[in-house]
Ligand binder design. Structure first.
Ligand code: ADP
Ligand code: MG
Length: 244
């Protein structure tokens, strides 16, 4: 068994006197798809954001994609190249064309030669099913298309790990499926993924492991069939009754 691609130990995060994460221990294996579920305010986004240090942990250690995130010599730029993140609200560069949303970061961050960056951008856009939109601006695309572009843009950095924070929560219901199907494809190709989601059917089908977070601790975890069908704790049962 190879070393885990994510190792979190004793993670605490506090905002003022609000202790949001209260001792998280988590290992994720290469190629594993982990879905993180739990009530609003339970700390899911904060946990995800600690992994790539968008939030600074109050205590604990994190290594991710080969980077010691909490060590004194953490190279955040290098780490964030290797850790892709997709947010609820796409966060595309609104002033750039769809093609340039993928080309510019490759040129700036990866120093990729222009021809190569353009070819890679076209390949990735085709892979997420975006055709004939290269010159369009993000606002001209549907939410589902924008989110697929955001995934392609993250993949252009050739990440070893992908973090998704409720990637379909801002979408009209009829657009959710196209984004989930891109994520399924990515999982099938062996990408390591940590996904905050309320899409229980997706978690059941794609996750290797489901974590239920409540009050800043992992209350329950296991195979989707266990956690989603036969939760051991009252808190998970109550949550699942509400969302299913
Ligand atoms: P979830 O994603 O599970 O809904 P979050 O991680 O976003 O939960 O938030 C957990 C708690 O942390 C909430 O009480 C929220 O108000 C608080 N919180 C999150 N980010 C910040 C911040 N930047 N400053 C202060 N409080 C925050
Ligand atoms: Mg959140």
């Amino acid at each position: 068994m190879t070393a885990p691609i994510v190792t979190i130990a004793g993670l605490h995060k506090r905002f003022g006197d609000n202790e949001v994460l209260r001792g998280i221990d988590l290992e994720i294996a290469e190629g594993e798809v982990v879905c993180l579920i739990g009530p609003s305010g339970s700390g899911k986004s904060t946990l995800l954001r600690c992994v790539n240090l968008l939030e600074t942990p109050t205590a604990g250690t994190i290594t991710a994609a080969g980077h010691d995130m909490t060590g004194p010599d953490a190279d955040l730029d290098a780490a964030r190249r290797d850790i892709g993140m997709v947010f609820q609200h796409f966060n595309l560069f609104s002033h750039l064309s769809i093609l340039d949303n993928l080309v510019v970061p490759q040129r700036r961050v990866r120093k990729t030669p222009k021809d190569e960056a353009v070819a890679e951008a076209r390949r990735l856009l085709a892979e997420v099913g975006i055709e004939g939109k290269e010159r369009a601006r993000p606002a001209q695309l549907s939410g589902g298309q924008q989110q697929r572009v955001a995934i392609a843009r993250a993949l252009a950095m050739k990440p070893r790990l992908m973090l998704f924070d409720e990637p379909t929560s801002a979408l009209d219901p009829e657009l959710v499926g196209e984004v989930l199907s891109v994520m399924k494809g990515l999982a099938a190709e062996g990408m390591t993924m940590l996904v905050v989601t309320h899409e229980m059917a997706f978690a059941r089908e794609v996750a290797d492991r489901v974590l239920f977070l409540d009050g800043g601790v992992i209350v329950e975890q296991g195979a989707p069939a266990e956690v989603l069908t036969d939760p051991k704790t009252e808190r998970a049962r109550t949550f699942l009754h509400r969302v299913l």
